[in-house]
Write a protein that binds this ligand. Structure first.
Ligand code: F6P
Length: 317
């Protein structure tokens, strides 16, 4: 069996551990693995490289991906099917192991299915916003990175009180990541794009928190509406300075946590066994604590909103 690994869209901590596990398992059983250099763009151009297990050794826990990704929607080009089938035939590829988030799952999966190319997707994004799986690879590491930052902010916030601290997290259009961090770190408020709050209410709540606790710590998702206005107007309305920090891509490139390393290896093992058993398409999902194969497509539909009860608990609503 020969598998080509493709990383598509945003990378996430845990990918390297998953590649390492899959490639080692394949090598042990006498199977071959190659990696696409540049996501589907690289694959379509036949840019494939062997996985060098020795050089991967020191990178298994690092964020990012040893196989460069791409976000280009190259599979939607008119000649994509012919080019992909030619690459698959020329390199004698039996199946594709894909790492990707919602976009890859929604768009690449159905196309590969229609073109008869066996594939499995490992849902991979720090955002944890893919319908049909409880967990996406990389989320825990991104949370842990943010929690470290929260602790740093808290130290200085308590040492020099009287301010509002806002910490912006990645998360694309969804607030799952911000809510998970806010809950785990005990932040005073979580601002999520799905549940915008009224500015005056927010200003007076923050004023009260600063009066009671000495400082206020707010976790804010990058897609929260009108962040600039918020940062400009709250100090005026509350009469308190805001100190703003954004985690940015440092968060996505965080080292992989123990949980992500384990999930990565579990997902790779499930995928490898599924391919050996003849899987033609599907995803490796996490449900109720178990990592398992979901053959075929996931049910369509919108991304699930963040847990409303948890959101209300965090924000004491
Ligand atoms: O979807 C993963 C993610 O890291 C989001 O949290 C973020 O909004 C986005 O990717 C950033 O993408 P890019 O690397 O293209 O700027």
């Amino acid at each position: 069996m020969k598998t080509a690994i493709v990383v598509s869209g945003g990378d996430a901590p845990g990918i390297n551990a998953a590649i390492d596990c899959y490639a080692r398992l394949a090598a042990r059983k006498g199977d071959q693995v190659v990696g696409a250099l540049g996501g589907f763009v690289g694959l379509l151009n036949g840019r494939l490289a062997a996985i060098d297990l020795r050089s991967l050794q020191t990178l298994v826990g690092r964020g990012g991906s040893i196989l460069p990704s791409s976000r280009s929607p190259v599979l939607q080009e008119s000649d994509a099917r012919v080019r992909l089938q030619a690459v698959v035939a020329r390199h004698r590829i039996d199946n594709l192991l894909l790492f990707g988030g919602d976009g890859t799952i929604r768009f690449a999966g159905p196309l590969l299915e229609a073109w008869g190319i066996p594939h499995l997707v490992l849902p991979t994004t720090i955002d944890n916003d893919v319908p049909g799986t409880d967990y996406t690879l990389g989320h825990d590491s991104a949370c842990n990175f943010a929690i470290q930052a929260v602790e740093g902010i808290r130290a200085t916030a308590t040492a020099l009180p009287g301010r509002i601290f806002m910490l912006e997290t990645l998360g694309a259009p969804t607030g799952h990541l911000a809510l998970a961090i806010a809950y785990a770190s005990g932040a005073h408020l979580a601002l999520l794009p799905e549940y915008p709050l009224e500015l005056d209410w927010l200003a007076s709540r923050l004023k009260r928190i600063v009066a009671q606790e000495g400082y206020a710590l707010v976790l804010l998702s990058e897609a929260y509406p009108q962040i600039d206005r918020l940062v400009a107007e709250i100090p005026e309305r509350a009469g308190i300075r805001i100190r703003y920090s954004a985690l940015g891509h440092a968060q996505r490139g965080a080292d992989a946590s123990q949980r992500d390393r384990v999930v990565a290896r579990d997902m790779s093992r499930v995928a490898y066994c599924a391919f050996k058993a003849g899987a033609q398409g599907g995803l490796v999902v996490s449900r109720a604590g178990a990592v398992l194969l979901h053959p075929g497509r996931l049910p369509g539909g919108d991304k699930p909103p963040p847990d409303r009860d948890l959101y209300e608990f965090v924000n004491q609503l």
